[in-house]
Design a protein around this ligand. Structure first.
Ligand SMILES: [Zn+2]
Length: 332
């Protein structure tokens, strides 16, 4: 992940602050637990003493270091077992204190085994590109909240299916994409008029994938091309110039919303081609939503963009009565 140094440093500081708060919560929890269950404190004391005594013995008898260490290991194993049993008698598990932390994986340090935790990587993305995903409106936009009954069972789509049946297939495909995200590196192109639920589905996919610990960049086509253009023309710092592009290529899931609504320049065609191409080669999934039809994509970008999409993307077309559905989706 190529994030600007100042953002990275500030993210580390944010994590330090969060960690301090979490540690304080943990200490409170521990104090309460130990006050109510003094036997836990006694076991901890025994564990500390065992280490201390072993260290003293080694200083006195350095020749018996191995023997003393082996003895200590056995003793600690016994005491830790005793501790687990005490925990289960109280009805709690070893991960009891995890809930003090925002991320149970890294305990809010941002790192697991020296590598950036996925929560930290996503935090960097949100900090660099805005928290598009986690605003109030998108919170409700999940697969569970998607209402198929807004789509007519009598009106027919161009493919011969009712709007309802067509939408059911689209919904299932998006769901499958999100569920199989780790094992299959597939891509989706969501096509259809405004107000039929494309953004809702994009948000549902994003949330599902994000909650499973993957990194997601969710960006409108307008902002994507504008940011690329700014990097291109403000090339004072070479390293920073390439960072946005690198992030677009390396993020686990890239969602480009509303392709075709951006201000077209001579560069957009080659930029979108390069992004799609590199992501396909790198086996990273992309979701695109657009109001355009395939011939429009061909005209606005190029043949090779269209052929990249045709080769590697699943095409899902949404049909429906836009205003009615849009209104209901908003009212939900
Ligand atoms: Zn984490």
């Amino acid at each position: 992940m190529a994030i600007r140094t100042d953002i990275y440093k500030s993210a580390l500081r944010d994590y330090d602050a969060v960690k301090s708060t979490s540690e304080a919560v943990k200490n409170d929890m521990k104090k309460r637990l130990y006050d109510e269950n003094p036997e836990l404190g006694l076991i901890d004391k025994k564990i500390n003493n065992a280490g201390f005594e072993a260290a003293k013995k080694i200083i006195k008898h350095p020749d018996k270091k191995q023997e003393i260490s082996d003895e200590l290991k056995k003793m600690l194993a016994k005491l830790n077992l005793e501790k687990s049993m005490a925990y289960s008698r109280i009805g709690i598990t070893e991960d009891y204190f995890d809930k003090a932390y925002r991320c149970p994986k890294c305990h809010d340090t941002g790192f697991v085994d020296g590598k950036e935790c996925t929560c930290f990587r996503q935090y960097l993305i949100d900090k660099a590109y805005g928290k598009a995903l986690l605003n109030d409106s998108s919170e409700r936009e999940t697969f569970n909240n998607f209402r198929l009954d807004y789509y007519s069972k009598t009106m027919k789509a161009e493919n011969g299916l009712s709007y309802y049946d067509n939408m059911r297939l689209v919904y299932m495909s998006c769901m499958k994409f999100a569920e199989c995200f780790e094992s299959e590196h597939s891509n989706i192109l969501l096509m259809g008029k405004t107000g039929l639920g494309k953004t809702f589905l994009c948000n549902s996919i994003a949330r599902y994938v994000l909650e499973r610990g993957y990194t997601v960049i969710y960006i409108s086509a307008g902002r994507l091309f504008k940011t690329l253009q700014e990097e291109q023309f403000n090339n004072s710092d070479e390293a920073e110039m390439s960072s946005f592009y690198d992030d677009l290529i390396t993020v686990d899931l890239l969602i480009i919303d509303d392709l075709g609504t951006e201000f077209p320049t001579v560069l957009t065609g080659s930029q979108i081609f390069n992004i799609l191409n590199e992501r396909i080669v790198g086996e990273r999934s992309t979701v695109i939503s657009t109001n355009m039809m395939l011939d429009g994509i061909k005209t606005q970008y190029s043949d090779r963009v269209l052929s990249r999409l045709t080769d590697s993307f699943e095409f899902l077309t949404l049909y429906g009565e836009d205003i009615r559905i849009k209104k209901k989706l908003i009212e939900q």
